[in-house]
Design a protein around this ligand. Structure first.
Ligand code: ADP
Length: 581
């Protein structure tokens, strides 16, 4: 029986809420309402009390204050005012100034500035960067406090009251002002504690995720590496050419698999960090789809699974799309479908759902007659690092990241993967995409290179300091029939260009001794602006780095390690296909 296998004991938590800002703004807004209600209750109590002891003017003023607070809260609820906190604070300070005008300083009502001051950090997010709100609040407070003191000392009180009334009033004001200061201070301590606990939990979660990620990577890479080491030692002692060839094939497929895993893990990491971006170019949709399925057709030519492609004629149009990311999604779905199908067919189908003057909506589906996926597992396979362990096929190759990556890419494109599958009968993964229609067809440079003639007429300058990487890249390029000159650093590359300034393309590493790629590109572009230069790098290239590379003169960037096919296609792109928009 198949079962969902949690390979690393715990799936990576993809819940975005864990990445949300620590301070919950809704909570702050809720607290502002709570502060409003507290001020309202206290105002009603004091208004009734003032009336009770015969201070009718103060009582009326407090009633007006309560009415104002209530109005602000209603207006805020109906979204007629923007900032409830500042409105309540201004009314509170205004009330205290009016009370001092009425009663002078003798009733100690200025003591209410203390609870107001303590309440500020409860209702204003002090952790928010670049906010001048705290300064505005403190400014209002200081201004109001000084005004109260000045008025209290120099202006004659308007309402006269007896010594008995004054004693009662002082007692109530001191008691309630002190009480609310203590309550607000206790609340502030409580929320600060909660905030610190939240920070600690989050940092623990980050450490756990990192540890888990490293454990995953380690496990994923050590397993095939172990196989490679074993096969290499077998290969050393093997005399038979047939056996040697078999071992080399194993090495090749293990290395390819490892590369796929590293790319998956890097992509996943990039997506999680929100660094994946789309770079649309003009493509012809039906040509693109036929080309994408071609390698899989070749791969399954002699097998009992037929790769079928069915593309709606209406999709024969030029659109703007990130071809690389779309290929990544379709390749993943193709690879999965073929991995889990032994008989029957794997069909890529694309239909036109809607077309208008500016956009086209296409429906894509990848259908197979393979082993299918159990209902219980259908949701989980979209989570990072989850795989279904099939006991019959013993298939668990992969990282369990493929579908997660597909889904994230599609989400960036405004879509989502759906699945219909029945155990034992097959699966169908499908999604819809809307593309902008391009006004003109893709423009190709005159030097077109087709797959069979490869890079025959090209002369390439390869700049790389690592001897093994140089040897491999040179072998691959000469394998495609290009003529290759090598340079081991930027300075050597410039010397080569001075001798022969007609290279078709320069492939240059970034990190090199003597003169690195970043330094060399300036001189290269100044002297030979028409020669395309491609950067090689093993670093994680985000949009910022890519923009910097393009701005400094590089025409493109190829991530190491790369496959011969990737190297070929980047060269073809710059000596024969359109520029990215
Ligand atoms: P991986 O990169 O390991 O293939 P995926 O995220 O692409 O991971 O797939 C997760 C799991 O979903 C696979 O382990 C497999 O069990 C299941 N799965 C994906 N596609 C198919 C399919 N076409 N048929 C059957 N099972 C599939």
């Amino acid at each position: 029986m198949d079962k969902i296998t949690d390979r690393y004991h715990q799936p990576v938590n993809n819940d975005r809420k864990h990445l949300d800002p620590l301070f919950d703004f809704k909570e702050v807004a809720k607290r502002t309402y709570q502060l409003g209600f507290s001020a309202l209750s206290l105002g009603i109590f004091l208004s009734v009390y003032d009336a009770f002891i015969g201070m009718y003017v103060s009582s009326f003023l407090l009633a007006c204050f309560c009415f104002a607070i209530l109005m602000f809260m209603i207006l805020k609820h109906q979204e007629a005012i923007k900032d409830l906190t500042i409105s309540i604070f201004s009314v509170l300070c205004g009330l205290l100034i009016c009370l001092v005008l009425l009663e002078g300083l003798q009733s100690d009502q200025y003591l209410y500035f203390f609870p107001i001051l303590i309440a500020v950090p409860l209702v204003v997010d002090l952790k928010q960067k670049n906010s001048n709100k705290p300064a505005v609040f403190v400014g209002i407070m200081i201004f109001s406090f000084i005004t109260c003191i000045v008025i209290g000392n120099y202006v004659k009180p308007m309402e006269q009251f007896t010594a008995q009334q004054a004693a009662k009033l002082i007692l109530v004001n001191r008691f309630t002002a002190l009480g609310s200061t203590i309550v607000f201070a206790a609340l502030y301590t409580f929320f600060e504690k909660k905030y610190i606990e939240e920070i600690l939990t989050q940092s623990e979660r980050v450490i756990n995720t990192k540890t888990q990620f490293l454990a995953t990577m380690g496990h994923e890479l050590r397993t095939p590496l172990n196989g490679i080491i074993g096969v290499v030692s077998l290969l050393k002692n093997e005399q038979s050419a047939a056996k040697q060839e078999e071992y080399i094939k194993i090495l090749q497929s293990t290395a390819d698999h490892m590369l796929q895993q590293v790319n998956d893990i890097l992509d996943f990491n990039k997506i999680e960090a929100g660094k994946l971006e789309l770079h649309p170019i003009k493509i012809n949709l039906d040509n693109f789809l036929l080309n994408t399925s071609l390698p899989f057709k070749v791969l399954t030519a002699n097998k009992s699974v037929e790769v079928q492609t069915e593309v709606d004629k209406q999709l024969s149009t030029t659109i703007l799309a990130d071809d690389m990311r779309l290929t990544q999604v379709l390749n993943n779905l193709f690879a999965n479908a073929l991995k889990f199908t032994t008989h029957g067919y794997v069909k890529l189908k694309a239909t036109c759902i809607k077309k208008d003057a500016k956009t086209i909506t296409a429906g894509f589906s990848m259908e197979d007659t393979g082993i299918g996926i159990d209902k219980a597992d259908q949701e989980k396979i979209f989570e990072g690092f989850w795989q279904v362990y099939h006991e019959d096929t013993r298939e668990l190759a992969g990282t369990g990241l493929g579908l997660t990556i597909c889904n994230r890419i599609l989400r960036l494109m405004g879509s989502k993967l759906s699945l219909e599958s029945e155990k034992g009968k097959g699966s169908k993964f499908y999604f819809e995409l809307t593309f902008e229609l391009a006004a003109t067809a893709p423009v190709y440079n005159p030097i077109m290179i087709n797959a069979s003639s490869d890079l025959k007429q090209l002369r390439i300058l390869l700049v790389e300091d690592n001897k093994i990487n140089m040897m491999v890249a040179k072998k691959v390029l000469t394998g495609f029939q290009a003529s290759v000159d090598s340079a081991y650093d930027g300075a050597e590359a410039l010397t080569s260009l001075a001798h022969f300034p007609h290279y078709d393309i320069v492939l240059m590493d970034l990190e090199m001794p003597v003169m690195n790629g970043y330094e060399a590109i300036f001189e290269m572009k100044e002297k030979y602006p028409l020669i395309p230069v491609i950067a090689f790098t093993a670093s994680l290239v985000d949009q910022q780095m890519l923009s910097d590379l393009l701005a400094s003169g590089f025409n493109d960037c190829l991530l190491k390690p790369f496959t011969p096919q990737q190297l070929l296609s980047v060269i073809k792109k710059h000596v024969g296909t359109p520029q990215r928009v």
